[in-house]
Design a protein around this ligand. Structure first.
Ligand SMILES: O=P(O)(O)O[C@H]1O[C@H](CO)[C@@H](O)[C@H]1O
Ligand SMILES: O=c1cc[nH]c(=O)[nH]1
Length: 237
């Protein structure tokens, strides 16, 4: 079996796929957190691996950056490879002083300036929400591991370089917890094709305070989020 973007064999993916934006983060997770990881797809270097966690099959694959990219991979994973659960594990920027660097943000919902969900939903506003069961398990895992986390609304932006300070004010007023570039697209695909999805982000940047995690801090905190995610999904693999 092959799609235009995934060259894995039929059955190569587990029913649960962790999805960081960066394919090299997928490689890092496979090599450092999974047992017996095998590369199953590498079209365009968008690396995907399947291995085991606590003896059960699990996959990890990069999504690329932005809603169009994750929409292609998530759709093909669900419809062509039978994937049932996709958990995005990414990075985001914060706009509120209540959110600190290294906190984890779990997207109960995802707002966006992208048109994709209006395009797929008769030009009306479909509420982009994460799967409640995955969200509850992720929050429970964060409590267990003592992670600082927030649950609420995220903003998936088409522009990384927007420079729109007024929009950051609006986001803060409306309680947006983080800005990233994929969650609303992932939630739309999951709704359209009947899969479960959750997006979780580590806060790596503070867009109002001009703060950015160092490379080492990014690595460390992303490790925490990966452990949290594996703990959250371990009962369902
Ligand atoms: O760290 P990842 O998962 O790539 O997520 C964030 O980082 C990228 C921008 O640098 C965008 O993909 C954004 O959503
Ligand atoms: O999209 C993103 C990702 C990380 N940090 C940001 O500020 N924006």
């Amino acid at each position: 079996m092959m799609t235009p973007h995934i060259n894995a064999a039929a059955g190569a993916f587990a029913k649960t796929v962790l999805m960081p934006g960066d394919p090299l983060r997928a490689k890092y997770i496979a090599e450092n957190f999974l047992d017996n990881p095998k590369l199953v797809t590498d079209v365009r270097n968008m690396l995907g691996y399947t291995g085991e966690y606590q003896g059960k099959k699990i996959s990890v694959m990069g999504s690329g950056m932005g809603i169009p990219s994750i929409s292609i991979y998530a759709k093909e994973l669900i419809t062509e490879y039978g994937v049932e659960n996709i958990i995005r594990i990414g990075s985001c920027g914060a706009v509120s002083d209540k959110i600190k660097l290294m906190d984890v943000v779990m997207a109960m919902g995802a707002s966006t300036d992208s048109a994709v969900n209006r395009t797929r939903f008769a030009n009306t506003d479909f509420a982009m929400i994460g799967d409640f069961d995955l969200l509850r398990k992720a929050a429970d895992a964060a409590e267990k591991l003592g992670t600082n986390y927030h649950v609420g609304n995220l903003y998936s932006s088409d522009l990384f370089y927007s420079g729109d300070e007024a929009r950051y004010d609006l986001m803060e007023k409306y309680g947006i917890l983080g800005v990233e570039m994929e969650a609303a697209g992932l939630y739309g695909v999951a709704a359209e094709y009947g899969a479960r999805a959750l997006a979780m982000m580590t806060v790596t940047d503070h867009l109002r305070q001009g703060l950015h995690l160092s490379a080492e801090e990014r690595q460390h905190t992303l490790n925490e989020m990966i452990k949290l995610t594996l703990e959250a999904v371990s009962g369902d693999l």
